[in-house]
Design a protein around this ligand. Structure first.
Ligand code: GSH
Length: 316
């Protein structure tokens, strides 16, 4: 997807002001019954990094919807190379080979789906949802992959559960939107800010939103729904960021006004999520911690990985 002139202008302004700008995802097809990307078992394959909060959303969704037997996945090495690319390294604990296409790097997957990808200077991100049938990428935007997994589950492949009931869809989307810029992307904007003003702005809005969420979760278990709420996509989209917060973002991205452990309701939310069957197994703390501190030389030149913290989601 090429940016419009208007977007390009806005990006230039944001770049000059020292702000971190996330590029939009390129592949935006959807799985739908009887469509080009039909709902079929064992047809789709995920490429993920266990370090990546966006990819983590898709694995959690697959587990909660009981899609594990229907969607296969491979895991890249936690080391992201200097140019921002991912590779496959089955020698690394918790990582795998590319079992579908036999590529050694994620770039190879993007190149298969998009002729001239390598020459385009783009960098392939995780997660990637691959279609074995058409040998192409269906989608590389986590929020949309999460939503289309619900479609797969509704077609009878999953355990009968939905994480996006029709009556809650508007509230779920509003909650995901409200957390995206301030929290999910907010930690990155804080960490990669190149001016004091850009950093101050991101950290302030990040913690304002965390304060709001702390208040919102008073007497509730989940973000959306009546009473104590019910587990939905809104929780899945927030959790990976909160789970990485004390372990990585507080130090590495300088998000240090408070820790999640200092927010009783947010900490209880993280623990509640970790206690859902199968979710703890999706949290690979070594991949998470080592990835960030090792990969971002621009903000951690000597790649020193801190020893702590002693307490946090990773110890629960
Ligand atoms: N909007 C995408 C963002 C995905 C993303 O940025 N993934 C990161 C890992 S956390 C990545 O692969 N980055 C590679 C790079 O930017 O070089 C989504 O939500 O799926």
């Amino acid at each position: 997807m090429e940016p419009t002139d208007e977007q390009a202008g806005a990006w230039t302004k944001a770049f000059e002001s020292g702000k971190f700008i996330r590029k939009s995802s390129e592949f935006r097809d959807f799985i739908a019954p009887n469509d080009a990307f039909d709902t079929e078992s064992q047809r789709y394959h995920l490429y993920v990094s266990h370090a990546c909060p966006w990819a983590h959303r898709t694995l959690i969704t697959s587990v909660l919807l009981g899609l594990d037997e229907h969607i296969t996945f491979d895991v890249v090495d936690w080391r992201m190379n200097r140019n921002g690319s991912w590779s496959f390294n089955p020698e690394e604990e918790g990582a795998t080979a590319d079992t579908v296409n036999g590529e050694t790097s994620l770039e190879g997957i993007y190149n298969r789906a998009f002729d001239g990808w390598k020459e385009s200077g783009r960098i392939g991100t995780v997660p990637v949802l691959w279609d074995r049938k058409h040998s192409t990428i269906v989608n590389n935007e986590s929020r949309e992959i999460v939503r289309m997994f619900d479609t797969l589950a509704q077609s009878g492949l999953g355990n009968g559960r939905t994480l996006c009931p029709d009556e809650l869809k508007t509230d779920i989307d509003q909650m995901i939107d409200a957390n995206y810029e301030s929290v999910n992307n907010g930690v990155y904007k804080s960490g990669f800010a190149r001016t004091q003003a850009a950093y101050d702005e991101s950290v302030t809005s990040l913690f304002n939103r965390l304060d709001e969420l702390e208040a919102h979760l008073e007497g509730r278990e989940w973000l959306v729904g009546d009473g104590k709420g019910q587990l939905t996509e809104a929780d899945i989209c927030l959790f990976p960021t909160l789970a990485r917060f004390d372990l990585v973002y507080v130090v590495h991205f300088k998000c240090n006004l408070r820790r999640i452990i200092d927010y009783p309701n947010l900490q209880a939310f993280v623990e509640r999520m970790l206690n859902q069957p199968g979710i703890r197994e999706t949290c690979h703390w070594h991949h998470i911690k080592a990835h960030y501190f090792w990969s971002h030389e621009s903000i951690n030149a000597f790649r020193i990985i801190p020893l702590g913290p002693l307490e946090g989601a990773h110890t629960k």
